[in-house]
Design a protein. Structure first.
Length: 322
């Protein structure tokens, strides 16, 4: 299992400098943004698409630092009710999939997107309950749109030989394991999870149980290493559906934390072990969004915990069972 990093927090510096830094702190793999919310500071998707020389230059730079690219990231909303926003997100995603195939990276991380609740809606509508009845009707409408769209994306991904790893994220249609499998079963096996536990913790989901649930269907294509801490001082009063600004962390029920600061090292060792049980041996890509520390310190502390958690060898024969 590789220790990886989503390079977005280092976007203010050249890719070569970011790679040099990451290799120096013990990172094995990088996830590079190429559109959407992650931006494209380190990878100009349009410039590299179909340009074999530019692609080889990128791959050589990464290899020079003894790293590999675990995924291309383009998180956006291709189901947005605003046609212009949806079209841009769709183009970013399709081009990222094609580019990933050309680079032999073969994984793209993204969001499922979220439609409005009706054909006349103008704002994405995250529905969390089936009552009053119009909410259930709206959810049916959303899933009809999503399955139609993602079936086409799944076919494109299959043609390019690329896995699409969807991050289960609130305010998106796919936000927990059951919705993840619903979309996968309605499309094809190229559609799977970018398993990010940070969004599951505050929803009350047991992360290792979620890994087992998705893992038995081989539905985990990529993993984000990202922690969350729930602060009961607030959550006992206002719950966890908290729309307090992320910039106002001291008043939120929960905030994203660096690895080890939401859950201890033992918990992360359990995550690594459960991932191995379901035969996941890809990257643990650290996504730093901890407002209580700098990007570099958060990344370094996360790498330190994960280095003690990951296994460096493959399992041996169970001689004791013979």
């Amino acid at each position: 299992m590789d220790i990886g990093v989503l390079t977005v927090p280092l976007g203010q510096e050249p890719l070569e400098d970011a790679l040099d830094y990451l290799a120096g702190i013990g990172v094995d793999a990088v996830e590079i943004g190429c559109g959407g919310y992650p931006g494209e500071d380190h990878l100009d998707r349009e410039a590299l698409l179909d340009d074999e020389a530019a692609q080889q230059e990128l791959l050589a730079l990464v290899e020079e630092h003894d790293l590999r690219i675990s995924a291309l990231a383009t998180h956006n909303n291709p189901l947005h009710p605003d046609a212009e926003q949806a079209d841009l997100a769709d183009r970013e995603l399709r081009e990222a999939i094609t580019l990933a195939g050309q680079l032999d990276v073969n994984t793209v991380t993204c969001f499922s997107g979220l439609p409005a609740g009706s054909p006349s809606g103008e704002v994405p509508n995250w529905i969390t309950a089936p009552w009053p009845p119009e909410h259930a009707d709206a959810l049916d409408y959303q899933w009809e749109l999503a399955i139609d769209y993602w079936s086409d994306i799944a076919a494109h991904a299959e043609a390019e030989g690329v896995d699409v790893a969807i991050e289960m994220h609130p305010n998106m249609l796919v936000y927990q394991p059951d919705t993840m499998l619903r979309l996968r079963e309605a499309t094809n096996e190229r559609i799977g999870a970018n398993f990010d536990p940070s969004h599951l913790y505050w929803q009350g989901i047991d992360v290792t149980e979620a890994i087992r649930f998705l893992g038995k269907e081989d539905a985990i294509h990529h993993v984000h290493a990202k922690d969350t801490r729930i602060y009961e001082h607030h959550s006992k009063r206002k719950g966890v559906l908290d729309n307090t600004s992320y910039a106002d962390g001291q008043d939120r029920s929960w905030i994203f934390r660096s690895i080890g600061y939401g859950h201890g090292e033992e918990h992360w060792k359990d995550i690594v072990s459960t991932l191995r049980m379901v035969d996941y041996e890809g990257a643990l890509s650290i996504e730093h969004e901890d407002a209580l520390t700098s990007s570099r310190e958060g990344l370094e502390k996360g790498v330190d915990v994960l280095q003690r958690a990951v296994f460096e060898t493959t399992p041996g024969d169970a001689y004791w069972a013979e």
